[in-house]
Ligand binder design. Structure first.
Ligand code: MG
Length: 280
């Protein structure tokens, strides 16, 4: 998949307009309105739409943000997707009543706008052995929590942050025999072992080949290391990449936290719905 959007000069006005609103943190009350029917939105879930919680099960997307996504879905005629490390069923539960096109498990699952499902294939025996090796690590250290996501596994150490180096090393060693088919994915207070060859960049590139996402300008917001390949893909496509929070990133713009993202989206929708005046 190539960055054909880069050759589309018509996106540069739209991109600059969004860039201006991002620099200000909100949209101006006057000036040209962005044409959201030319935009495709991609959001990470935890730390982006949902504030980070002490345990993954406690994380929730605010009702006001879900309402915002519904408005954005209407304004874009359906070009809103979630790309998350969560499994698809968890994404749906956290966003109900919305059921968005989504990439789950960092891209190891992908659900098309028409509901079609793709999943990375794993060997059940190999998966069981990997799970056993990771369960042994979790059992050795108080405060660790092994999350079985089906196709992938995550060890959370938010309750024992001092163990980070040790956990990363032990998981790396445990996953080594499986490294031809599984990759490590570091994140905030978590290390995951996920099927190799499926990441968030590929999930976004796949969306960009189907309607209503194709031929639009991609906009991606995320907060963690797993979002970096997605930012790079969006940059290659001439889109808008937004890092939520601090830290090194290849995203070209930044917002402070999930609340700042919601505020920006709200302003963008207000600006786009004004109707009058020019539209880019
Ligand atoms: Mg995140």
């Amino acid at each position: 998949m190539t960055g054909t959007n880069e050759s589309s000069p018509s996106f540069s006005f739209l991109r600059n307009l969004l860039a201006d609103t991002l620099r200000q943190g909100t949209a101006p009350s006057q000036g040209p309105a962005p044409d959201l029917a030319r935009c495709a939105f991609f959001f990470d879930l935890d730390g982006t739409l949902a504030p980070i919680a002490p345990m993954p099960d406690a994380a929730a997307v605010p009702a006001s943000t879900i309402a915002l996504l519904q408005r954005l879905q209407r304004a874009t005629q359906g070009a809103v997707a979630v790309v998350s490390g969560r499994a698809l069923d968890t994404i749906d539960r956290m966003l109900q009543p919305l059921r968005l096109p989504a990439g789950g498990l960092h891209g190891a699952q992908w659900r098309a706008p028409d509901g079609r499902l793709w999943e990375a294939s794993v060997d059940p025996d190999e998966s069981a052995r990997l799970r056993g090796a990771l369960a042994a690590i979790a059992a050795r250290h108080p405060g660790l929590y092994l999350e079985n996501k089906g196709l992938s596994f995550a060890i959370h150490y938010r309750q024992a942050p001092g163990l980070e180096d040790r956990v990363r090393e032990e998981v790396r060693a445990a996953a080594e025999p499986f490294s031809s088919r599984y990759a490590l994915q570091y994140g905030k207070m978590v290390v995951e072992v996920r099927p190799r060859g499926a990441d968030k960049a590929r999930a976004i590139e796949r969306f960009m080949t189907v309607d209503p996402f194709s031929r639009r300008m991609p906009i991606m917001a995320g907060d963690d290391l797993t979002d970096e390949p997605a930012f790079q893909a969006v940059n290659r496509l001439g889109g808008v990449s937004i890092k939520i929070g601090g830290g090194d990133t290849s995203a070209l713009w930044r917002l402070a936290d999930p609340a700042a993202l919601a505020l920006w989206l709200n302003g963008l929708l207000a600006l786009a719905s004004r109707g009058a005046g020019s539209r880019v």
